[in-house]
Design a protein around this ligand. Structure first.
Ligand code: BG6
Length: 490
């Protein structure tokens, strides 16, 4: 099968950091169909060879094991080309069409890795140039819009020129092997399904912590914030994967229908829950790995009086028969104590304690931890009969916490297909399972919007937290009001 992959934003950050390294890995693994062409598109005046040289130089920043040798790069580079385009100029799309017609391909992927403000222009121009035929697939990066209205406007334009089957909305978390493992855990095994409900589960916690700050994206991030950057997409997709009903099969729409139902079932916000169940924070100066790091407001590109949140913790519920009353907590932030993404499923305590020990019935007893990163694995925390305790000359049986630990990196090797590699190959193959449908995305925006509105109407700023900590103490107070604690506090 021949393919053309057109990378709009071909000299941008995403192409250097994620897309090219992923394409090279797919090439190295022999999974990129032979006979493909990859064309970078940007405003710069570059020849094909200059573009290849630029890409080559950027591989110096990629970890050693994933860097091509001279020989590998020259074979990979044979697929690469470049086209100078002004994305708002219709004549330039005619040039693109001419280039594509030189050798018509079975599949044409248009990857729009540009600022979101260009999404609609690019899609309209692709259509005006007659490039939206059935072989065309368009990939749109997040964030798709800034709020519900802008998301709808983008979706409306894109849908007017392409069918939903041709639109691949990326949420790279869905491409992570660890997130696919979560689907495998739930829908490839029967063990947990009878327990996966309100009768047995006390609460679920989703943590996506980063120790990095905003890096070189200060200006972008300051206009975005953690709620739009992480919660509206990655965290809610994880919540869907945990909370959804088993789909009837593995087809994209069967999976997406179930995720949509979860999003539609999220409890609506009230003024009270907005004030009690949402905490926003912003990092102040602090220490990460023993090194002093600046406050968010002192980062390059950030407004010195910014009220953009770099941390969010919230509590919600999925209002349906399976989950009614079970709190789902989400927290995510930058410059936290470590890079750590995991989901904790906390089971209810034993209903009747026959062991006279302080651990019996404790909420730390039975816990399933799904580790997403940096390690990919599962921990099942149980209580076992430990060594007897001697008290007053008598032996008392005591329960001790133990855990079953499964490390998927050790079991399957850490060289598994990465998120972008998986997603790019899926686009070329036309598999939509790991991409987000427009109605899911809109529903997620609809749900976060009252939070955005309540923040914009408040005079107060986000709560400060020192870089290198787990966020503002209000996040601990929020979960403590339900009688629970975040994993590092229990
Ligand atoms: C991106 C966000 O979508 O996800 C970034 O825009 C964030 O701000 C990144 O750092 C986190 O991805 P990962 O794969 O490193 O957890």
């Amino acid at each position: 099968m021949s393919f053309d992959l057109i990378l709009f934003g071909g000299t941008g950050d995403l192409v250097w950091r994620k897309i090219m390294p992923a394409l090279f890995q797919a090439f190295r693994h022999g999974s990129l169909p032979a006979g493909g062409r990859i064309v970078g598109v940007a405003r710069d005046d570059l020849s094909d060879d200059q573009y290849r040289a630029l890409i080559k130089s950027r591989f110096d920043n990629v970890e050693l094991a994933k860097r091509p040798s001279e020989e590998e790069f020259s074979r990979f580079a044979a697929m690469l080309g470049y086209l100078r385009m002004d994305l708002s100029n219709p004549a330039d799309y005619a040039g693109l069409a001419a280039r594509l017609q030189q050798r018509p391909a079975d599949v044409v992927v248009m990857y729009v890795a540009t600022a979101p403000s260009l999404f609609t222009v690019v899609c309209e121009q692709i259509a005006a140039a007659g490039l939206n035929g059935p072989q065309t697939r368009v990939v749109l990066e997040k964030p798709l819009g800034h709020d519900l209205a802008s998301n709808r406007a983008i979706n409306k334009t894109v849908r007017s020129v392409l069918s939903e089957q041709q639109i691949f909305r990326i949420d790279h978390y869905l491409g992570k092997p660890s997130v696919q493992n979560l689907f495998a855990l739930r829908f490839g095994n029967s063990l947990f399904e009878p327990l996966w409900r309100r009768e047995t589960i006390a609460n679920i916690q989703i943590t996506i912590a980063e120790d990095l700050g905003v890096e070189k994206r200060g200006a972008f991030y300051d206009n975005t914030g953690a709620l739009r950057d992480m919660v509206q997409n990655h965290a809610l997709q994880l919540l869907c994967a945990i909370g959804m009903e088993p789909p009837i099969n593995s087809h994209a729409d069967a999976i997406r229908d179930e995720k949509l139902k979860v999003l539609r079932s999220l409890k609506a916000w009230t003024p009270e829950t907005l004030s009690q169940h949402v905490v926003r924070g912003q990092y102040a100066a602090g220490n990460i790995d023993g090194e002093a790091v600046p406050a968010y407001r002192d980062e390059k590109g950030v407004n010195p009086e910014s009220t953009t949140e770099t941390f969010v913790a919230l509590r919600t519920e999925i209002a349906n028969w399976r989950w009614a009353g079970v709190p789902f907590y989400i927290r995510t932030g930058k410059r936290l104590a470590g890079r750590d993404a995991h989901i904790e499923v906390n089971f209810r305590p034993a209903p009747h304690a026959i062991f006279k020990t302080s651990l019996a019935g404790s909420n730390v007893a039975n816990r399933l931890v799904i580790n997403l990163q940096p390690k990919d694995g599962l921990e099942l925390h149980l209580l076992a009969q430990g060594a007897d305790q001697r008290t007053g000359g008598r032996n008392t049986p005591s329960l001790a916490p133990v855990q079953l630990d499964l490390d998927f990196d050790k079991r399957f090797g850490s060289e598994r297909v990465g998120a972008y590699e998986r997603l790019l190959l899926d686009v070329i193959d036309g598999r939509l399972n790991l991409f987000v449908r427009s109605d899911e995305q809109e529903e997620a925006w609809r749900w976060v919007e009252p939070i955005l509105d309540s923040w914009s109407s408040q005079a107060s700023a986000p709560r400060p937290y020192a870089a290198g900590t787990w966020g503002p103490s209000a996040a601990s107070a929020m979960i403590a009001r339900d009688g629970y604690c975040w994993s590092e506090e229990c």
